[in-house]
Design a protein around this ligand. Sequence first.
Ligand code: LFR
Length: 478
Amino acid sequence: DDTIKLLAIDLGASSGRVMLGIYDGDTLRMEEIHRFANIPVQIRGQLYWDVLKLFHEMKQGIQKAHRMFGQLQALSVDTWGVDYGFLDKQGQLLYSPHHYRDQRMAANSTSMEALLPPREQFALTGNQPSLINTVYQLYSDLQGNVDLIQTVGKILMMPDLFHYLFSGIAVAEQTIWSTSGLLDAASSEISEEVFNRLGIPTAIIPEGVSAGTVIGLVDPEIQAELGIGPMTIIAGASHDTASAVASIPYIRKGEAAFISCGTWSLVGMETLEPVVTDQSYEYGFTNERCFGSTNRLLKNITGLWILQECDRNWAEAGEPVSYSEMVQLAGTLAQAPAIIDPNDPIFSTPGNMPQRIREYCVKTVQPVPHTKAEIIRVILESLALSYSQTIDELEALTETTIRTIHMVGGGIQNELLCQLTANATGREIVAGPAEASAIGNIVVQLAAIGIVEASAFRDIVARSYTPVSYHPAIVKHS
Ligand code: LFR
C-alpha cells in the first residue's frame, strides 16, 4: 500500500472532526473517522473552550484511524480564527482559553481604541477592527492584570496550542495569526507598533512559521499511549478559512470570487497584496493570509449561524427541523416577506433568533415572518442579497470583473441558498467541495511533506471532486 494517509482535525462551531485523507498519487478520498461535540462551556457569565476534552477526542480519533487504516504519516489541526490560550513560563497551559463569543471585550474596547483607534488598526494590520479579534481579547485579558502579564510565557493560537499539546513545540503559524489584528499588513510579521501602543510584550509570541511547515513529531509518550508509530505534526493553513480557500478548484482564478459558507459566510477574493484603503475599510473588508502567501480580501458575514440558532430554538421547543426540511419549507414560498441585515449586532450572540428576526422586522417596518418557512426564507434570501452586495464591493475594490463565484463549505448542501445566490448575484455559482476545510487542510499537508508542488495542490481537488453549477434563474434587478 503506497497511498499517503494524513489526518485533518477540523474544529467547527458545534462539532470537531477527525478526517482521514487518502491520496493515491492522483486523487484524494476523505473518510470521516471520528466526530465529537465542540460546545463552549459557560462559567459564571464567561465562555470557554473545552480544551482537554477536545484533546482527548482528537487522541481517540487518531487511535481509531490507526486501528482502521494502519500507520498514518501526519496530522494537522485547523480551527476558526482569533482564539488563543496562554502557557506559563514552564510551558503549562494556564487556564481554559476563552471563546470569542464571550463578552469580556466590550468593557475594554473604549480604552483600547483610545490607544489604537479602529482606523489605525486597519491601516497597520489590514484586519477589520472587530471586538472578537485577538487584539481586543488579549488587551482585555492583560489590562490591569499584572499577575497574568508576569506569569505568561507564550500565547498560542488554538491550532498552534493543539500542535503544542501533541509535540511540545510552540510556533505561531501565519494564516491563523493573520486573523489576530496583531500582524503588520505588509510584512505579516508581528506589528511592533501595535504591541508598543498597547503595552503588550512581543516576547510572548512564539517563532513564526508559514502555512505548510513541518513542526516535529507526536511526542513519544503520546505515541506509546495510543499505540501508534511516529507521526509528523504539520502547521497547515491552520485557520479554517485559509484551509477552505486552499480547497477551491478555481476555473478562472482572476475572475473568481469565493464564498466560504458555514457558521460564518466569508465572501472574498484572493489578491496578490493586501487591499488597505479608505474604501476597503468603509466597506468592512479584512485582509488575511492564504497558503502560498497570497492575500485574502474578504468580508465576514454572519452566516448560517442565524439559521443554526433558529434551529436550536425550535429543537429546544421540541420541534426540530432537519436540514432537508428547511430547504423544502423555504422552497414552498415564492419570495421572502422581509429582508434582514445579517450583520446587524442583534444576530451575533446566542439567543431566541426567530424572535430577534421578528423584532428586527418590526423595527424596520417590514412584514413580520411567522411560520418556520417564512423565517428560513427570510434568512436565506437575506444572505444571498448580502453576498451580492459584497461581490459588487469586491469588484469596485479590485477593479476586476467577477464572472464566477466558488461556494465551498457545509452550507452548499443547502441547494436553495446556492440557487438564490446565483439569482441575487447574476453570476454562475460553482459549488464544491463541501468538506472544504478538511480537504484544504490535507492538500496543504501534501505540499508541506513534498508530495505535490506547492503550485499544484488545487489540481488534486479538481481531479477528485466534481463541483455543481448553478445559473441565475432570473435577471438581476439593480
Ligand atoms: C470561520 C472563521 C472566520 C473568522 C471567524 C471567527 O470559521 O474562522 O474566518 O473570522 O470564524 O474566528
